[in-house]
Ligand binder design. Structure first.
Ligand SMILES: NC(=O)c1ccc[n+]([C@@H]2O[C@H](COP(=O)([O-])OP(=O)(O)OC[C@H]3O[C@@H](n4cnc5c(N)ncnc54)[C@H](OP(=O)(O)O)[C@@H]3O)[C@@H](O)[C@H]2O)c1
Length: 173
């Protein structure tokens, strides 16, 4: 499963996974862009096993709904590629009360990963791939997690994004 599969690296990865014969779930925010992505991959690999699922990572409700639907039709997950990113220079806040940037790039992947961990554990060699451009300086994250469900406390603050780019893989248990 690839988040942000409508363009860029996500779409390229979907194409590569399909070429390898994998069953690929493309998670996209926009249904039209998602259908476009599926069409593009199918043009290259006509027999590709593709599934489009819609989810807005900037909404906890949308993420929960996606997780529910995914779990209804899948009992295992081999690869979770947390690829989707939003790059916003201006401060904005989601309906959940988080910074859009922080919710999309960090909280949503965390929610998806933790919500699908048992499906990942159902395969012998599951992989979680997290991709990021940079972490902001003075990044403070407070999460309160009870299981189930996962509760995320909106006390997340970041300073202006750092202009110095660095790679910072996030780790999940
Ligand atoms: N390209 C590079 O040079 C580079 C370098 C270093 C790291 N990276 C990292 O690689 C990853 C992919 O980069 P890219 O260049 O391929 O980016 P991209 O072309 O801008 O693609 C970003 C993807 O994330 C999706 N997305 C954004 N907000 C979303 C939301 N709220 N819910 C669901 N999906 C959402 C976008 O969907 P929409 O189409 O709907 O907007 C799009 O599919 C990112 O994590 C990026 O930080 C890229």
């Amino acid at each position: 499963m690839i988040t942000g599969a409508s363009s860029g690296l996500g779409l390229a990865t979907a194409r590569q996974f399909a070429k390898l014969g994998l069953n690929v779930t493309l998670l996209c925010r926009d249904p039209v862009k998602g259908e476009n992505a599926v069409t593009q991959v199918r043009q290259d690999i006509p027999n590709a096993s593709l599934e489009l699922m819609i989810c807005d990572l900037a909404s906890t409700e949308s993420v929960r709904s996606f997780v529910r639907k995914f779990r209804e039709s899948h009992s295992q997950l081999d690869i979770l590629f947390n690829n989707a990113t939003v790059i916003k220079q201006r401060h904005s806040v989601t309906q959940d009360g988080f910074e859009t940037w922080s919710q999309t790039n960090y909280l949503a992947p965390f929610m998806i990963t933790t919500s699908l961990l048992d499906l990942l554990r159902n395969t012998s060699s599951a992989r979680i791939i997290n991709i990021a451009v940079c972490l902001p300086t003075n990044f403070v994250l407070t999460l309160k997690i009870s299981n189930p469900p996962i509760t995320i406390v909106p006390s997340l603050h970041s300073s202006e994004r750092s202009s110095a780019f660095s790679y910072s893989p996030l780790r999940f248990q």
